[in-house]
Design a binder for this molecule. Sequence first.
Ligand SMILES: NC(=O)c1ccc[n+]([C@@H]2O[C@H](COP(=O)([O-])OP(=O)(O)OC[C@H]3O[C@@H](n4cnc5c(N)ncnc54)[C@H](OP(=O)(O)O)[C@@H]3O)[C@@H](O)[C@H]2O)c1
Length: 567
Amino acid sequence: MKSNFVFIVSGGGRGITAQCVIQLAQVYPCNFILLGRSQIEKQPEWADNIAGEIELKKQAFAYFNSQGKKPTPREINQLVKNILATREIQKTLNSINQLGATVTYLSCDITNNIDLSEKLAPIIDEFGQITGIIHGAGVLADKLIENKTTEDFARVYSTKIEGLHNLLNNVNINQLKYLILFSSAAGFYGNIGQSDYAIANEILNKFAYQFKHRYPNCKIISFNWGPWDSGMVTSELKEIFAQRGIEVIPIDVGTKVFAHEIIKDNNEPVQILVGGGLINPLIELDSELKNYRIRRKLTLEANPFLQDHVIGNYAVLPKVFATVWLVNTAQQIYLGYQFFSIENHKLLKGIVFDENLADEYIVELQEINKIPNQEIKLSGKIWSKTKEEKIRYHYQCNCKFLKEIPARPIYENFDDCQDHKLINLKPYEDGTLFHGKSFQGIKRVLNISKKKITIQCILPEIESSTFGQFPPLVFNGLAFDSALQCMLIWVRYFYNAGSLPSFIKKAEYYIPLEKIYYASMDVNFSSNSKAISDLTLHDKKGNIYAIILGLEVTISKQLNNLFNHKI
Ligand SMILES: NC(=O)c1ccc[n+]([C@@H]2O[C@H](COP(=O)([O-])OP(=O)(O)OC[C@H]3O[C@@H](n4cnc5c(N)ncnc54)[C@H](OP(=O)(O)O)[C@@H]3O)[C@@H](O)[C@H]2O)c1
């Protein structure tokens, strides 16, 4: 984006569009022409230093009474609305000016093409060719469809659709580098009382695709905003959204998303749905024990992180990610309950991305026990069918979800001494570990003995898309995998052999890992073919994030040859 770029911004004087433009001006202080129907009016003297709508209304009545006048509540409302609008527009203009951008405000109704053309033409002469349109103007007239009037529909619809049409009519489309539309999640999902608004916003979405097709060099984004903590979302509306479990988008978050998407180099995607997240309502549990089967197609392309987990010549799904898969699936069913533990986690047949990869995999969740408001116990399995149509089980474990997670215990045996012999240990480089970049969370091996190993890890910084079909909804699979790697280092150190985890007796999860975390592994048993240990993930003070008890690995020298390959 260049400093001579000029943006027309409908609705840019007030509300969320104004906030977004301020954020954009912070990154790119170019030129902005803000449009809105409100006029910038001189504030009456009695309103000086009076803040807030209620106080302004009180003072307005008092002032008119003192003048012997009797204004109607409607007149007072309008007057106070104008004062607040002027203040907000002034504040927007000042903020943008202070960022070194050029800005002007034009009072006009974008649904009126004559008004718009007349007012815009001299400004375009002054500012130069328009290179971007941000269409943020919008109004609401929420009512059930049977109560809507033609005028309600026309107002809501025309601000978005005629408004866009008129804006495009007044610029040279071939010179547009940006067309940014403020659409709504209501267009995407629909919303009670907003049939007109949903129609208009969904037309904006569809228009965006059509425009992209015709003008591929223009960056077009239709933001499908969920409700913001600002603008047209009044405190009453916010309350209604909260009751429906929908969180509002904080202003600083929404504006950053806006600026980030605009300045991003690539020209995709056209439609972006942005929401503040769902406040997890508690799912109602009935007494009947249910079973769920959820199918998934696995591909290497959909899961870029697997390129960093290659054993032999093939990518292999790490055992931790089988747990991520089961837990993520269950978490989406049991809203309001939190994942706490797994038991008897067995690796039966690993998933290898070779010619035997199945067309689809099935996560099967069977409810074992449910106590409303307390806990849910499940048996989870992942299976597929062989080419001969036989069922092949890959992983299985029981898992528990709780309403309240118990307080995190403390690990008392943390040994944070750095053994100087180990300072130069480079397990990712010396063939001890085969893991590629996204799995390389181990920062240092602090100490190692026949009975114990302690490592320090740093949460890998990974683009969210890298996680593919295994996003860290509940816990970060890559961070846990790094912690488990200490077992492989220990086995290599004492047995000079490779090893792979095969069984977990029990694991408990308390809170998400922080950036720097430690893994302390206490070895309970070892032989040439297997080792069993307890692994605790904790912070510097020993506060536990998660405990893995009875972690078994299979030890084999044959694995040595397999660990050094890349696909
Ligand atoms: N806030 C949210 O949670 C949310 C969620 C989803 C989508 N959106 C979309 O985001 C946009 C901005 O919403 P907001 O919450 O900031 O609303 P807002 O506070 O009501 O602001 C709407 C803006 O549009 C302007 N406007 C309305 N009709 C106009 C017209 N005919 N000509 C010129 N300007 C006009 C208004 O200025 P005047 O009144 O001075 O004309 C105002 O600046 C809207 O398109 C809305 O649909 C908002």
